[in-house]
Design a protein around this ligand. Sequence first.
Ligand SMILES: NCc1[nH]cc(CCC(=O)O)c1CC(=O)O
Ligand SMILES: [Mg+2]
Length: 331
Amino acid sequence: MTVGRFPLTRLRRNRQDRFTRRLVAESSLSIDDLIWPIFVMEGSNSVTDVASMPGVQRVTLDRLAAHVETAAKLDIPALALFPITPSEVRDEAGTEALNPDNLMCRAARLLKKEFPDMGLIGDVALDPYTNHGHDGIIQDGYVVNDKSVDILKVQATNQAAAGIDIIAPSDMMDGRIEAIRRDLDENGLINTRIMSYAAKYASAFYGPFRDALGSGGLLKGDKKTYQMDPANSDEALREVETDLLEGADMVMVKPGMPYLDIIRRVRDSFSVPTFAYQVSGEYAMLMAAIQNGWLDHERAVMESLLAFKRAGANGILTYFAIEAAQRIKAQ
Ligand SMILES: NCc1[nH]cc(CCC(=O)O)c1CC(=O)O
Ligand SMILES: [Mg+2]
């Protein structure tokens, strides 16, 4: 790269007005980049706030269509669905995950019918269904891999059969992508896509999400024996590579903002569709500062999202999806 010398070169020339800044911008955020995570709960005619995520709500199925209508009108391409399972339905083995009529599957059927063009992403992991809050099943105090995978693949196929377009395994068991791919294929679901949460870290930033699900208080210990160590970066590339070899169509890095370096490495190394999850704790952190008047709402949110694009993400799962789409549209 050739860098001119001052005063022949003045890098500020290209920054002096809006039209030039627009012409030289290296990345941009569009509505096409947004995935909106939503929380669905049992019951009827009810919408509740998630205390640690101001502006985020849980909705009952009968309110879901109205909730999603906003996203559909803004032409947001896809939703990520998260079911809230009442504690009396949770058990040691996460049995409800295998119920083809569980909340997730009912939500998927309803949404596919009401909004056939909206992409539906289904999280696959056992934590919404276990009474210990872990993503797999536990034997002798350890989340066992292969037996968990045997359950997860059925959970995934049930979701796909109910109308989920993109299976998103967030459990971090080894080998689950291949097991899920084969199970989907054996059931004729060859076009169901898999967006693997390939590099998912054992992070403090999932706290508010676990509040939203009601799994926070249940969780015994931590998820460090399956989710990645925040110290590691080379390992993320191995995780992504294995998932791609096992048939993942798209990969995800999670959390987002503290892991922009991982997004960049994944994108540069594999050139595959790469997504970032701006997780609940990132949302909570920004909203807390915004509500205190310490950060400018619009600028802080839009900058945080653009940063993902600059880092190489093709799209972003974000609780800000609706407001970001509204702001993009208003530009
Ligand atoms: N496997 C479940 C799952 N799927 C998405 C999130 C977190 C999302 C967020 O914090 O917004 C989690 C929590 C966890 O792994 O404990
Ligand atoms: Mg893996």
